[in-house]
Write a protein that binds this ligand. Structure first.
Ligand code: NAD
Length: 503
């Protein structure tokens, strides 16, 4: 049986007594095992990081950027093989896996510009003979804990910025699809990154708790479900660490009566069912405004859903593949049961879906509910599967209220031709990332990513300038060169016993 070990100090390390199964979601068969590390495993990664980080931080930013350029080149050259590895563990189709890798590479591209981004601030003549300069220094050793659903993009969001800014970075990927993250270690090494600057430690809660407890890890970046995000944020902060922790989501698409419904249906099909709905920026809730809009939308959605092709993750014709595990399939189907029990109208039922020839695979058919209401638990909670819920709203104000009052606030979008409605919506909605006629408003790499409410704990977003802020700390130097030379620090006015002012 293939075993996925840890990548520590530039080499493969076997450490830890436990393993977990990795499934092929297309067949349901165990295809490999991942070694689950423990505190001793982490200690080895921290020791490698401690040895490597000062030298890496002292490497000039242009040289650090060159490693990013080279890494990007290597990943691009191998993208098809990497996408295949990703699809075989996650279940998303190959084109989507290439997209997962490409979105990560866009952050690496942003990191290629790190010398410019880290130039700092300078004020000449802030007082008599006084200059002030502020610059950002790496925080030291950071850790990233990532979810199963973007095993390439999210590790690259974190590792790219952390490394480019001069830190050592330890990645703890999801134990459900760890092979691609593990392979990043070798790619960084081949790109010229010194051993120990990037390590991958595999594991589960035991490893996460070791990271939270480790005194030398200065920052934790987390992406995953909200309860775990909250746990890591609370405990990491209590241990004096800087923590950003992105959580779950339930994103709404508001459809105004003037929207182009054909375009909306095309966008919704991809955003609700693509990647089997396992995206934190998926659109699992659609809110048509007015009954006429709801009726017309439903009529157009039905043939679009019927036309969806479900296949294995390597089938080039498939729109989406299996979900990640049998447990996740069971969870999604239990939410469909719940929706029925709560009185929502089940228009298309994806339960019990079987793909011929792949009877053991973790497939879930596309599911559509209508007349879902805000009091239903199946609406309030994240399902994370190919399930679209129609929640009807009487008017714009009622539609605006739904995402604004939901516990999650990751993404939202409005489909309309009315610029004023779009502008009002974007200004007033209580959600962090907003689309206007854009179904999946994930900010590009040089902007920052992060939702609100229970979708993100901690204030600083991923990548872009907030990413740089997260992985660095500001130092401000106030310097004076008095007329009389370096020794004349008191100047003509002698000692000062009051707080100095520049005025
Ligand atoms: P998850 O929370 O189960 O796992 C995420 C990470 O936390 C994994 O590395 C896992 O090993 C670890 N973990 C799991 N349980 C833990 C526990 N009890 N204590 C400590 N660590 C634990 O999430 P997942 O199922 O891998 O990913 C799907 C979730 O991630 C969804 O909720 C999705 O919305 C969310 N997500 C959010 C974003 C975002 O940016 N907001 C992006 C992608 C995914």
């Amino acid at each position: 049986m293939r075993i996925i070990d840890h990548h520590i100090g530039g080499t493969t390390v076997s450490s830890g007594n436990r393993t977990a199964d990795i499934f092929d979601p297309n067949t349901g068969q165990v295809q490999a095992q991942v070694r689950l590390g423990d505190a001793a495993t982490l200690e080895r990664a921290v020791a490698a990081a401690r040895a490597a980080q000062p030298g890496w931080a002292a490497t000039n930013p242009q040289r650090r950027a060159r490693v990013m350029f080279k890494f990007k080149e290597l990943v691009e050259a191998e993208i098809d093989a990497l996408a295949h590895v990703l699809s075989m563990e996650h279940g998303k189709v190959l084109a989507d896996s290439r997209g997962d890798i490409q979105r990560g590479l866009e952050v690496i591209e942003f990191c290629c510009g790190i010398p410019h981004v880290m130039k700092g601030e300078f004020t000449h003549g802030a007082g008599p003979g006084i200059d002030i300069w502020a610059f950002r220094q790496p925080i030291g050793i950071g850790a990233g804990i990532t979810p199963f659903n973007f095993p390439a993009m999210i590790p690259m969001w974190m590792a790219g910025v952390a490394i480019a800014t001069g830190n050592a970075f330890i990645l703890k990927p999801s134990e459900r699809d760890p092979t691609l993250p593990y392979m990043l270690g070798d790619l960084f090494r081949r790109a010229g990154l010194p051993d120990g600057v990037f390590s991958v430690v595999n594991g589960d809660k035991e490893m996460v708790d070791a990271i939270i407890a480790h005194p030398e890890i200065a920052a934790i970046s987390f992406v995953g479900s909200s309860d775990v995000a909250e746990y890591i944020h609370a405990n990491g902060c209590a241990n004096g660490k800087r923590v950003q922790a992105m959580g779950g989501a339930k994103n709404h698409a508001i459809v105004m009566p003037d929207a182009d419904l054909d375009a909306v249906v095309r966008d919704l099909a991809g955003a609700a069912f693509g990647s089997a709905g396992e995206r934190c920026m998926a659109l699992p809730v659609v809110v048509p405004v007015g009954d006429a809009t709801a009726q017309a939308l439903r009529t157009k959605l039905l043939p679009a859903i019927a036309a969806l092709r479900i296949g294995t993750s390597t089938d080039p014709q498939a729109d989406y593949g299996p979900v990640v595990t049998a447990a996740h399939k069971a969870k999604i189907e239990s939410y469909i049961d719940m929706g029925v029990a709560e009185g929502a109208e089940l228009v298309v039922d994806g339960r019990g879906y079987v793909l011929q020839g792949h009877e053991g695979g973790f497939f879930v058919g596309p599911t559509l509910f209508d007349h879902v209401t805000p009091d239903m638990r199946s609406y309030r909670e994240e399902i994370f599967g190919p399930v679209l819920q129609i929640v009807r709203a009487a008017d714009f104000e009622a539609a605006l209220k739904l995402p604004s009052e939901h516990q999650y606030g990751n993404g939202v979008t409005i489909f309309t031709r009315n610029g004023h409605a779009a502008r009002e919506f974007a200004a007033r909605v209580n959600v962090g990332m907003v689309g206007v006629n854009v179904p999946i408003p994930v900010p590009v790499a040089y902007h920052s990513f992060g939702g609100w409410k229970r979708s993100a704990f901690g204030d600083i977003g991923q990548h872009g300038m907030e990413g740089v802020q997260f992985w660095t700390k500001r130092k401000t130097v106030t310097g004076r060169w008095p007329d009389g030379g370096v020794g004349d620090t008191a100047g003509a006015s002698g000692s000062a016993f009051v707080i100095p002012t520049m005025g």
